[in-house]
Ligand binder design. Structure first.
Ligand SMILES: Nc1ncnc2c1ncn2[C@@H]1O[C@H](COP(=O)(O)OP(=O)(O)OP(=O)(O)O)[C@@H](O)[C@H]1O
Length: 282
């Protein structure tokens, strides 16, 4: 792996640490496939400092979602471990884990219960964790929905009455209502219209500043990553092939795969043939 010099950190202030994390899947026999094993995540070690945003980039199928699921305790690693604030996570204690780390996924629609109102959806984690009484929970729900920009009239609406951007705001409110300090954002804007993507990214930036959040921001879209992250880790075939600060990765990529990924977001200026970074998605 190429690790740019300044990225190494031995500070105690590490929010999330992945130590030699691997996950293998067993492949069943298919029409055109022999049975076998696939190493979706292969010996990944990463550290994210408190308050930092680390972008994890790589093409579809490189293992990003598998990695995210292990961090959230949704999938057991085949080997290696995950530490949150220095403590190893225990996937069998998912409820406790949810207090410190929460996901925001690509498609909020599939994760929002269609039969519940916005207010109920956001209140569920508070009920599960037995936080406060009814009135206190209602206030927390109202407050967080207000913070993410959902007007009061929407609190009694159902997911199918909302726009894509509003649904993602509800998913963000639900992720934040327990006040975790780490968010795993797995392609949180890739299902949204271009015009809405920027609004959600700005909201994530505002929330980070307001709550001092730590983000792992997973994306195949380097244009999005460049505007949001402090550091970048590049994943290829289950491994981290390069990591460094945003400037190092975007201005001085060292690994051929990183260069190839960057080249794929370069668009030629019409007539000049001079490449410039695409800002299409922002
Ligand atoms: N449950 C599973 N059983 C078998 N193979 C799997 C399973 N889940 C993922 N894989 C395989 O593991 C590899 C990594 O998949 P993963 O979904 O983690 O990648 P990804 O980078 O998140 O891709 P995408 O952005 O398309 O979701 C892929 O080859 C995928 O086909």
């Amino acid at each position: 792996m190429n690790t740019h010099a300044s990225t190494a950190s031995s500070t105690d202030d590490i929010a999330l640490e992945l130590c030699d994390l691997s996950r293998t899947y067993r492949l069943k026999r298919g029409l055109f496939r022999a049975p076998g094993m696939i190493k979706a995540v292969d010996g990944v070690s990463l550290r994210i400092r408190r308050g930092e945003t680390l972008g994890l980039v790589g093409e579809s199928g490189c293992g990003k979602s598998t990695l995210a699921k292990m961090l959230l305790g949704l999938l057991e690693p085949s080997s290696g471990n995950v530490l949150i604030h220095g403590k190893e996570i225990n996937p069998s204690k998912r409820l406790a884990l949810a207090r410190s780390i929460q996901p925001i996924f690509q498609d909020p629609y599939s994760s929002l219960n269609p039969r519940r109102t916005v207010g109920d959806i956001v209140g569920v984690p508070l009920q599960l964790h037995k936080v406060g009484n009814d009135a206190e929970r209602k206030k927390k729900v109202r407050d967080i929905l207000d913070i993410v920009g959902m007007p009061e009239r929407t609190h009694t609406q159902y997911p199918n009455q909302l726009s894509g951007g509003q649904r993602q705001r509800v998913a963000i409110a639900r992720a934040l209502v327990l006040r975790p300090d780490i968010l795993i954002c797995d392609e949180p804007t890739s299902a949204l219209d271009v015009s809405v993507q920027a609004q959600i990214l700005n909201l994530l930036l505002d929330l980070k500043a307001e709550f001092g959040l730590t983000y792992l921001f997973i994306s195949h879209d380097l244009g999005v990553v460049e505007h949001l992250v402090d550091r970048v880790a590049v994943m290829h075939r289950g491994k981290i092939v390069e990591q460094g600060t945003r400037e190092q990765i975007f201005a001085r990529p060292e690994h051929p795969y990183t260069r190839m990924l960057l080249a794929s977001v370069l668009t030629p200026e019409p007539g000049l043939g001079i490449p410039e970074l695409s800002t299409e998605t922002l």
